[in-house]
Design a protein around this ligand. Structure first.
Ligand code: FAD
Length: 472
């Protein structure tokens, strides 16, 4: 990459600091207008997995991936590193909207997506410091216990009982010695990863497969055979839009997806005696069932990387580098971590960062093809995209390959029948309604958590506010 190209400042994430020069995926500049068969906007995991599978299904296609900042600049390179089988919609909602069989099929596909990710990492020789240690979801109050047992029984009702277990207090403490632990759900379906190493590793595999990654190149308009960028026009047959949390920056799309910020901290490496107290020996990722989600992992080098939601939504879906850190959120997240693990109270916080998660109005991720414009759009993971990006990359590739082969005669890929393939969400409300609604939901969630912790009773208020304002 030429040093004359201006770089957008990268966030101070722990993961970025661990990437060696040899692991980095370098990009090429775009110097003039070009032609390509497939143009992918966004070099996060959605864009890169799409490029990876497209280059295998259509080996003769000329594929370019462009990014306004560079490989892994977005959420893909700076997240919590949970490659889980979660989707933002949850099994029950998918069942309500698409039926039981569709919900079960989607969940089964998410489980096998983890195997697929591990297969590609092994095949491509990518070391993302990964460990398939599962997820430990703690219950630390009576309302949380109710939610955990409900989740376990939901998975059992769908026939996944062997894969989602309830652990009583004593059994839970054997895995993870959190404070106030009343029980937990454990599932083996999660890989703890270093997301920056994973994203750059896939980027390098994409380049080895013959695709080009161009950055910094910002798309300003797209559709009907071309992508207009700040460096020239790309004439193209297909466009894949994989801009997720940054979508509001594209002209005409500011109400398609709102950027909700999730923030993280990382501690220094902790000594063995603290790990003996905390547990997490097999590196399961961990959370509890409070309303304002928190999430953590024990990293390969013995740190706690821990994050949480609840940062302010910025008027007009604004996205700025200064929003990637927030001292109030840093302090809240640290307090939440020390509350979970008092043994870590003196640990130095070495990193603090954050980023936007793409959030559609219906709170459901999807892949949508608009063939009249030649555009396939994928995303909307609301903070659960690490594994889903792989599934969505395969769906994008199947959609374009099917279209390219004009395959009325071929059997449809099973992936194209999943309930995530379909029309996009309706748009968000205009401002200031959007700002008021989202921030009201955020504050309601925080107060519901405080109230549940103090009173030990489920907060009805939060359920009503969040469902009414955000999820529907
Ligand atoms: C702090 C944080 C923690 C998270 N933790 C987890 C977790 O533990 N597990 C999990 O499953 N999910 C997590 N997520 C969510 C997950 O990271 C995302 O769902 C996923 O990475 C989305 O990938 P993506 O490729 O669609 O988007 P991104 O990785 O955001 O990539 C979008 C890319 O598009 C580029 N772009 C945008 N606009 C343009 C344009 N106009 N022209 C050119 N390029 C453009 C951006 O520069 C960016 O690189 C977290 C997110 C955050 C922010």
């Amino acid at each position: 990459m030429s040093s004359t190209h201006k770089r957008i400042q990268r966030p101070n994430s722990l993961w970025e600091d661990t990437l060696s020069a040899g692991e980095r995926c370098d990009e090429e500049p775009l110097e003039s207008s070009i032609r390509a068969d497939i143009t992918i906007i966004g070099a996060g995991l959605t864009g890169l997995w799409s490029a990876y599978y497209l280059s295998q299904q259509l080996p003769d296609a000329d594929i370019v991936v462009i990014d306004s900042a560079g490989v892994g600049f977005g959420a893909s390179g700076r997240n919590g590193g949970w490659a889980s089988a979660l989707l933002p919609m949850g099994l029950q909602r998918v069942e309500r909207e698409h039926g039981r069989d569709a919900a079960k099929q989607l969940q089964t596909e998410m489980h096998s997506t983890l195997d697929e990710i591990q297969r590609v990492l092994a095949t491509e020789g990518i070391n993302a410091a990964e460990q398939r240690g599962g997820t430990f979801t703690a219950a630390r109050s009576a309302p949380q216990l109710k939610r955990v047992t409900h989740e376990v029984s939901t998975y059992q009702r769908f026939g996944f009982g062997d894969e989602y277990h309830f652990l009583n207090g004593a059994a839970a403490r054997e895995v993870c010695n959190m404070s106030e632990l009343a029980g937990a759900m454990f599932t083996p379906h999660c890989i703890a990863v270093n997301p920056t190493k994973l994203t750059h590793g896939i980027g390098r595999a994409v380049v080895r497969n013959g695709a080009r990654i161009l950055a910094p190149v910002r798309a300003t308009a797209l559709g009907r055979g071309s992508v207009t960028t700040d460096k020239g026009t790309i004439s193209t047959r297909y466009i894949v839009q994989a801009t997720e949390g940054y979508t509001s920056n594209i002209e005409g799309q500011h109400r398609n997806m709102v950027p909700l910020y999730s923030m993280m901290i990382a501690t220094e490496p902790l000594p063995d005696d603290i790990w003996d107290t905390i547990g997490l020996a097999n590196r399961p990722t961990f959370d509890d069932t409070r309303h304002l989600i928190v999430y953590g992992q024990r990293t390969a080098d013995g740190r706690l990387a821990f994050g949480g939601r609840g940062a302010p939504y910025h008027f007009g879906s604004a996205i700025r580098p200064t929003f990637d850190t927030n001292t109030t959120m840093r302090n809240r997240i640290r307090a939440a971590l020390v509350d979970l693990f008092p043994a870590a109270r003196d640990a130095r916080i070495t990193h603090h960062w954050g980023g936007p998660m793409g959030t559609p109005r219906n709170w459901a991720c999807s892949v949508h093809a608009n063939w009249s414009d030649g555009v396939v759009t994928a995303g909307g993971y609301v903070g659960d995209g690490m594994s889903a990006t792989n599934l969505f990359g395969r769906i994008v590739a199947d959609l374009i390959a099917e279209r390219e082969h004009d395959s009325g005669q071929h059997d449809r890929s099973d992936l194209l029948c999943l309930p995530v393939v379909g029309p996009p969400s309706r748009r968000w409300e205009p401002e200031p309604i959007r700002w008021m609604g989202i921030n009201a939901g955020r504050v309601a969630a925080r107060f519901a958590d405080i109230s549940e912790h103090r009173k030990g009773k489920t907060s009805r208020f939060f359920g009503g506010v969040i469902d009414g304002l955000l999820r529907r």
